[in-house]
Write a protein that binds this ligand. Structure first.
Ligand code: PLP
Ligand code: COI
Length: 362
């Protein structure tokens, strides 16, 4: 049943003309413009994975009773294709996205797309839309694989049919200031995830639940919200769309442990890069109280957020219901900057890919 379907490739008859595409690629913003094509693969109980196609990006026709519209059975991934200095196009650890997509599917009682089919779907889209991969510094093609329950049925149970889709969007920096430090708001009213919940899955519902907290952060003049744990409201978890790291005065790094947070691929990669360069990285619970004390005493030197979209973003200032404080004088710390350079250098081919993390698209 789950044999890999062959992709039917139908190039779009309405692709954006080259001159217009070049103009868009000069300043694409984040997630606002899209490439010419999309990939879709269907799944149902009888046929398994079938009807794989690469075709013109177009709206879906959905039955109003489609399960995703009622019970939010939806998951997604976020990954990037980079144009390297050598002119090749590469993906960064796409197998990790494939595996996390499977883990998210499992948690949301959805079918798991085979890793090989996931990887081929990404390659197919990047290949046909390769002219959309920007070459500018800090820009890339953001790829968004996702899957949703398409069955028209209002009973509450896992749907019997799903659509898997991949779209892509040329992007610049997620934060307008580039590497300029961001400000964060500590949410004391809202939680993102609890033990036994869906925090470790990349499901749309987690993000819907984070929007009000993010809006509260914006009202307080902050770029991003930081969530604390749901049980005690004490332990730092992560941001709305990024993991978080703390750099101490002895050079060691602390980052919250896996469990209720999204297991970030950037997080895992930075832990590896840091440890291999001799830095002690502890994955351990870190409380907001401790964070305040360490910032005040000077023990905390740097903090940064990281993720596919955000890359590595220094955290310069922190606001909370009781006041505000800055970290490392509000500037960009050397450890943060160095880790960012090493990661980005590897992703963009200017540093040796010592771990075999790059996957080039022929
Ligand atoms: N945490 C959340 C909630 C996210 O949405 C993301 C982004 O995908 C991350 C962390 C970072 O994950 P990754 O590094 O795999 O992009
Ligand atoms: C990503 O980094 O890929 C995400 O999904 C996070 C979101 C803020 C765009």
């Amino acid at each position: 049943m789950d044999n890999k379907p062959e992709f039917r490739v139908v190039p779009s008859p309405n692709s954006v003309p080259g001159a217009e595409r070049a103009r868009i690629l000069e300043n694409p913003g984040f997630g606002k413009v899209f490439t010419d094509h999309m990939v879709t693969v269907s799944w149902d109980l009888d046929k398994g994975w079938h009807d794989a196609s690469v075709r013109q990006r177009a709206p879906f026709q959905l039955d109003p009773a489609s399960a995703v519209l009622h019970y939010a059975q939806e998951i997604f991934e976020g990954m990037k294709a980079y144009r390297t200095g050598h002119g090749t196009i590469t993906l960064f650890r796409p197998e990790e996205n494939a595996r996390r997509f499977q883990a998210s599917a499992k948690r949301m009682a959805m079918p798991e797309i085979p890793e090989e089919l996931f990887l081929e779907s990404i390659e197919q889209l990047v290949r046909i839309d390769r002219d959309w991969v920007p070459s500018g510094d800090g820009s890339s093609l953001y790829i968004r694989p996702f899957m949703f329950a398409s069955e028209a049925f209002l009973g509450v149970r896992p749907a019997h049919s799903y659509i898997y889709c991949v779209i892509a969007s040329p992007v610049g920096a997620y934060f307008k200031g580039g590497e300029k430090p961001i400000s964060v708001w500590i949410s004391d009213a809202f939680s993102r995830a609890a033990h036994g919940g869906t925090g470790a899955a990349k499901c749309g519902g987690n993000y819907a639940g984070s929007l009000l907290a993010q809006a509260e952060a914006a009202q307080h003049g902050c770029d991003q919200v930081v969530f604390l744990d749901a049980a005690e409201h004490r332990w730092v978890e992560e941001l709305g769309g990024m993991n978080i790291f703390f750099v101490m005065d002895d050079g060691s790094i602390v980052t919250p442990p896996l469990g209720t947070i999204l297991p970030g691929i950037t997080r895992a990669s930075l832990i590896r890069i840091a440890r291999d360069s001799g830095i002690t990285v502890e994955e351990k619970a870190y409380s907001f109280d401790q964070w305040q004390q360490d910032a005040a005493s000077g023990r905390l030197k740097e903090a940064f957020a990281c993720g596919t979209a955000a890359v590595v973003a220094p955290i310069g200032s922190v606001r909370h219901a009781g006041g505000e404080f800055s970290i490392g004088g509000g500037g960009v710390g050397t450890v943060t900057h160095d880790l960012r350079q090493r990661l980005v250098g590897m992703q963009r081919g200017s540093r040796e890919d010592v771990y075999g993390w790059l996957h080039s698209i022929s």
